[in-house]
Design a protein around this ligand. Structure first.
Ligand code: FAD
Length: 423
């Protein structure tokens, strides 16, 4: 019996378990998934929870038992992974050792507030997060008690999961304070280590202007060195200071410690990965997907979904003695909730930055790229149902590949922008 081992039962690991169980015979292949948690969280909900918008009052509907999404004839073992040994083709856990013929690493990434002096000390006083379910729920309480002053959203450094989350947070904070009737008492500022609100020029200008129109100040190129929660100040390595009353912090996002401890990491816990085949750069029989790889696209659930199509195909090719296809183009897409029942949508790849247009069909859409629409907003809200019922279980993968292909489609994208922005 051959063994496929999948590390992590988050977005990427769960989709892969479903895809591979359908492709590999039960009589020939044993598939095992290892994860330390028995719960699966829908992380995009954490953007709504602090503001209690659209029914996101608590974690109801945002967390389920992981086992519910793991297919029959796949073993899910709840245990902490302590070491990956690529030479012995073995993974060590608190419950024992697992051998593999092929390994898929989907261990996600983690927030690391301890990397910034003063951040942990200030937590719960005037420093708050929303990058875990627990902290998002705690921020909800803190925001209720906030009746005015300066709210600063700070991104300590990149990469982060969901790089549009700071934009969404700022827009939703503006909307939330308007709904509470105290927007005129709140100063909103986004302080980021990047030189704009997003990494790509066309969308950075459109989305940055949207924040400015809402009276939100953007402070770029601020590399956070310390949080002084006593004085309510954040400081940068460049010697700049920003005062705050309420700090909504996005702490550094690092790869899992076990990746670094096993000698597989790049120093930040991310696995060096071939950006096109998604195979680990320095190790045989290992593929890497989702947030824990170092490929230069967004750390997003959509990316994990698109990568799954490529990794499944490459794994099957290798199992049948063929070379993997260098096929992944960094495809990513994301709704950007902007308040007032509207959202933007972006769709891009390694070489093609987000541009205006329509998705998935030219002219008719119905979704609009880089434009605030109600339909995009309804798409964002509907996505949670789609995530639990279709995406994680990899249902209807053939028709879905047409609407949401693993490789980005140029269908519907405005040609004039594409000519300007292609690499
Ligand atoms: C606030 C927020 C908003 C977001 N919004 C969006 C959005 O709108 N659209 C979008 O596409 N994406 C969004 N994302 C990002 C998306 O949720 C992630 O990119 C996606 O879940 C990554 O999947 P993954 O499988 O790589 O990691 P995860 O889903 O995080 O899974 C990793 C798994 O590995 C397990 N693990 C880690 N270390 C160990 C260990 N040592 N032993 C055992 N198990 C271990 C963990 O328990 C976890 O279950 C958002 C994220 C956040 C935080």
């Amino acid at each position: 019996m051959k063994k496929l081992l999948i590390l992590g039962s988050g977005t990427a690991g769960t989709i892969m378990a479903n895809k591979m169980r359908r492709s590999l015979k039960v009589s020939d292949w044993d598939i095992t998934v290892l994860d330390k948690k028995d719960k699966h969280y829908y992380q995009p909900s954490q953007i709504f929870i602090p503001f209690q918008l659209y029914g996101y009052d608590d974690d109801k509907g945002c967390v389920h038992d992981s086992q519910d999404f793991i297919p029959k004839n796949v073993q899910l073992v709840i245990t902490e992974i302590t070491k990956i040994d690529p030479d012995k083709h073995q993974v060590e856990t608190r419950n024992g050792t697992y051998d593999y013929d092929w390994l898929v690493v989907t261990l996600g990434c983690r927030i690391a507030p301890e990397e910034i002096p003063g951040m942990v000390e200030g937590y719960g006083k005037n420093v708050h997060y929303f990058y875990t379910m627990k902290s998002a729920l705690e921020m909800q309480k803190a925001l209720k008690d906030f009746d005015g002053g300066k709210l600063v959203l700070n991104v300590a450094e990149y990469p982060i999961k969901c790089p549009v989350a700071p934009i969404e947070f700022a827009c939703l904070a503006h909307y939330y304070f308007e709904l509470r009737g105290i927007r005129d008492k709140v100063e909103l500022e986004v302080v980021t280590s990047m030189d704009g609100i997003f990494s790509k020029p066309v969308s950075s200008k459109i989305l940055g202007d949207m924040l400015i129109d809402r009276g939100i100040k953007i402070v770029p190129s601020f590399n956070l060195s310390e949080v002084d929660s006593e004085k309510g100040i954040i400081r940068s390595y460049e010697g700049k200071e920003v005062k705050y009353d309420f700090l909504a912090a996005i702490p550094p996002n690092l790869g899992p410690q076990v990746i670094e401890d096993s000698g597989l990491g790049d120093g930040s816990g991310y696995v060096p990965t071939n950006p096109n085949t998604l195979k680990a750069d320095h190790h045989d029989n290992i593929y890497v997907m989702g947030d824990c790889s170092n490929v230069k696209t967004s750390k997003a659930g959509s990316v994990a979904h698109f990568e799954a199509g490529i990794v499944a195909e490459n794994l099957l090719r290798e199992i049948h003695g063929m070379e993997p296809h260098p096929d992944f183009d960094g495809h990513s897409n994301c709704f950007i909730e902007t308040g007032y029942h509207k959202a933007h949508l972006i769709d891009f790849s390694y070489l093609q930055e987000p541009v205006p247009g329509k998705l998935p069909f030219s002219f008719i859409g119905p979704f609009s790229l880089l434009k605030e629409t109600r339909l995009n907003h309804w798409g964002k809200l509907f996505f949670r149902w789609y995530y639990w019922n279709i995406l994680l279980k990899d249902r209807y993968s053939k028709p879905m590949e047409y609407f949401l292909p693993s490789r980005m489609s140029s269908r519907g994208k405005r040609k004039s922008y594409m000519a300007k922005s292609s690499a």
